[in-house]
Write a protein that binds this ligand. Structure first.
Ligand code: HDD
Length: 691
């Protein structure tokens, strides 16, 4: 029988043969594969043979492609980049990366949501993880933070309860990636220590526009230790160069439908067009005396140190400039552990941090399948001088990648006396724990200094811009409206009275419920000085710019070519990305007879995906689009989401149909580029009722 002829007639047209550009396809044993289209069968139309080792190996590998997703922070995306020191901290820490300004070390950074599964959307209302692995010359330092500077709980023993309550409910398996449900608010209402974080969670902080437009925080107080062995307390901050930018709830919900991958796509595209996301690293440095003088405990992760009280000193910058080559190998397999510190950086007694030191190493064992996950390329130290990224006497285990030579798998040994390699030895310059003095009875107890759960929640709420306060109050109303247990709503309102009476009243009004008595507090609530640094809207990091932002330009048959050219060039000159959006993408005939390709189709690219819109239409096209729901919604949403709208005169009927009212942000094309650099917060009361 002619086997080649048989193959050709049986899936043969899909055979792609190896050549100079394409290496030979092999099994995992390195054996060349002749046919990747057909299983081995007994006869032309016969049954499949168990003998088919090529098929079995392929399917067996496929069957095991998935690993358990992270129990929290399952959905995320990451990028490579570098950290560059701009100011030396050599008198404060021996950590090598803080010694020489101008020196760079590689980093891998992963951003994530917390509650949703790996396949959930990018934009729920949720805290964002902000985890950075610094590959320093002294080994890996992981700063595993969030985009919010405080946490829900004070003691790590409550973490499983918090996460169980926040994730989908145990019996029904929903909601996915949402806090607006009974069990979450039940837990929160019974845990007053979570009140400060819940203020942040209900604010615009949990609706970041992009990973590149959010802050990051190390949260806990850590220690720096210098050459003399002196310790300085430190809190870490990441400040986005692109400024802080968030979305509006209605917009966020629609983004989730329009593009579930909105934020990972944004990161990918920013890096692709060379608009590299960048953050400054800042530190708040303080000593015991400062710590003792504050009206809260610096070991309590539900507290911030306001920047106005202790300024953030900028010491470096991080730039993310390379997308991973492979999502699974790098982003999925990267393993962050807060316990990964280097000499010169140490922990404090923060009971949340202390508990985290156990959890991460532990979870990697089941997530990555064994103790050798540190040998996965993205997890290996990359920058340590010498031949080996790490050298010790740990041996064997699942997926051991190293082939150790010799007998030295114990220490001390004297094998070198017999001319054999003796293996690695200790170095006095290695990691030494700061010898803080500790004594006391063994207790399961919270110190008095952790008892004030409301003063900083009040500080946060009162520091916000009125527009943000309205968003926050409305978010609580929305979430509590989804809570079916009335006693939980009442308990929450009782807690909110301790935060701010006006907030509690606004929530009660929004729910059409009576305000209960305030709940008892464990400590007096104090009025701290407001901190403008906590604002996004009209705050120090809000930027009026087109840099890093996208402008949607709605065009259709007959669009004025000259006007389009001017707007497009104006957006580009201002550092923005113009996106041409049209009813049909392949070719849009313009007024001068030329044709242009659109970047996106109107029906698949609603205006929630861009920062501002320009509408440039011919009279005929406009007459058609006023009858097109997607076009009307495009403009209506841009207006409702407080974005700039630039338009030519012929497009006016579409604006009218969308209910656009004249204001500062609705402009003709001449003024558009400038107008597009910001949102129009003052428009909001005209377009929606907020609590
Ligand atoms: Fe956590 C993952 C951040 C408290 C236990 N955490 C994880 C990630 C981030 C954080 C960003 C994802 C890392 C990645 O991208 O792979 N976690 C925080 C912050 C906390 C915090 C900022 C409070 C200040 N976490 C916390 C506590 C515990 C954990 C109190 C347990 C006692 N966290 C974990 C974990 C995860 C994790 C179960 C899941 C996947 C992983 O570690 O690698 O160990």
């Amino acid at each position: 029988m002619d086997h080649d002829a048989l193959n050709a007639g049986n899936g043969g047209e899909t055979h792609q043969r190896s050549d100079a550009d394409h290496p030979v396809l092999t099994t995992n044993q390195g054996v060349a594969i002749a046919d990747n289209q057909n299983q081995l069968k007994a006869g032309l139309r016969g049954p499949v043979l168990l003998e088919d080792h090529v098929y079995r190996e392929k399917i067996n590998h496929f069957d095991h492609e998935r690993i358990p997703e992270r129990i929290v922070h399952a959905r995320g995306t990451g990028a490579h980049g570098y950290f560059e020191l701009t100011e030396s901290l050599s008198n404060i820490t021996t950590a090598d990366i803080f010694q020489r300004p101008g020196e760079r070390v590689p980093v891998f950074t992963r951003f994530s949501t917390v509650a949703g599964g790996a396949g959930s959307v990018d934009t729920p209302r949720d805290v964002r993880g902000f985890a950075v692995k610094f590959y320093t010359k002294q080994g890996n330092w992981d700063l595993v933070g969030n985009n919010i500077p405080v946490f829900f709980i004070q003691d790590a023993i409550k973490f499983p309860d918090l996460i169980h309550a926040a994730k989908m409910e145990a019996d029904r398996g929903y909601p996915q990636a949402a806090t607006a449900h009974d069990t979450f608010w039940d837990f929160i209402s019974l845990m007053p220590e979570s009140t400060h974080m819940i203020m942040w969670a209900m604010s615009d902080r949990t609706l970041p526009k992009s990973f590149a437009t959010m802050e990051g925080f190390g949260i806990h107080t850590f220690r720096f230790v210098n050459k003399a062995g002196q310790s300085t307390f430190v809190k870490f901050h990441w400040k986005p160069k692109a400024g802080l930018q968030s979305t509006i709830w209605d917009e966020t919900v629609k983004i989730a439908g329009a593009d579930p991958d909105f934020q990972r796509r944004d990161l990918f595209e920013r890096i692709g067009r060379g608009d590299f996301p960048e953050w400054e690293l800042g530190v708040q440095l303080f000593d015991e005396e400062f710590a003792n003088a504050q009206p809260y405990d610096v070991l309590d992760s539900t507290k911030i140190i306001p920047e106005e009280v202790l300024p953030v000193k900028i010491v470096g910058r991080m730039v993310l400039d390379r997308y991973p080559d492979n999502f699974f190998a790098e982003t999925e397999q990267v393993a962050f552990c807060p316990s990964n510190v280097v000499p010169g950086i140490d922990f404090t007694n923060d009971p949340l941090l202390q508990g985290r030191l156990f959890s991460y190493l532990d979870t990697q064992l089941s997530r990555l399948g064994g103790v050798n996950f540190t040998q996965i390329p993205v997890n290996q130290p990359k920058n340590v001088p010498g031949d080996h990224p790490f050298a010790n006497l740990q041996r064997d285990g699942h997926m051991q990648m190293q082939v150790f030579k010799g007998r030295a798998n114990y220490e001390p040994n004297s094998l070198h006396l017999a001319g054999e390699p003796g293996g690695p030895r200790e170095d006095p310059a290695g990691f030494k724990t700061y010898p803080s003095e500790e004594e006391g009875a063994k207790l399961r107890i919270r110190p008095e200094s952790f008892a004030d759960h409301y003063s900083q929640a009040r500080l946060f709420f009162r520091s916000l811009d009125p527009a943000e306060q309205a968003h926050l109050a409305s978010a609580i109303v929305f979430e509590l409206s989804k809570v079916s247990l009335e006693h939980v709503r009442i308990q929450m309102m009782a807690n909110l009275r301790n935060v701010d009476e006006t907030l509690a009243t606004r929530v009660a009004d929004g729910l059409a419920m009576d305000l209960p008595e305030a709940s008892p507090t464990a400590a007096p609530v104090i009025d701290m000085d407001v901190s403008p640094a906590l604002r996004i809207i009209r705050g120090p990091l809000e930027k009026h710019t087109l840099k890093g932002r996208t402008v949607g330009i709605l065009i259709a048959d007959g669009t004025d070519a000259a006007a389009l050219k001017t707007v497009k060039a104006g957006v580009e000159d201002a550092g923005g990305t113009p996106m041409l959006i049209a009813p049909k993408v392949g070719a849009v005939p313009l007024s001068d007879g030329t044709k242009v390709k659109a970047d996106a189709q109107l029906f698949g690219q609603p205006s929630v995906t861009v920062d501002a819109i320009a509408v440039i239409l011919s009279e005929e096209a406009c007459a058609k689009l006023v009858k097109e729901g997607a076009a009307v919604q495009f403009v209506m949403d841009a207006f409702g989401h407080l974005k700039a709208i630039g338009h030519n005169a012929a497009a006016q009927p579409l604006l009218d149909k969308a209910g656009v009212q004249p204001d500062e942000g609705v402009v003709d094309l001449d003024g558009f580029v400038n107008a597009a650099k910001k949102r129009y917060w003052d428009r909001e009361p005209k377009v929606r009722t907020l609590a």
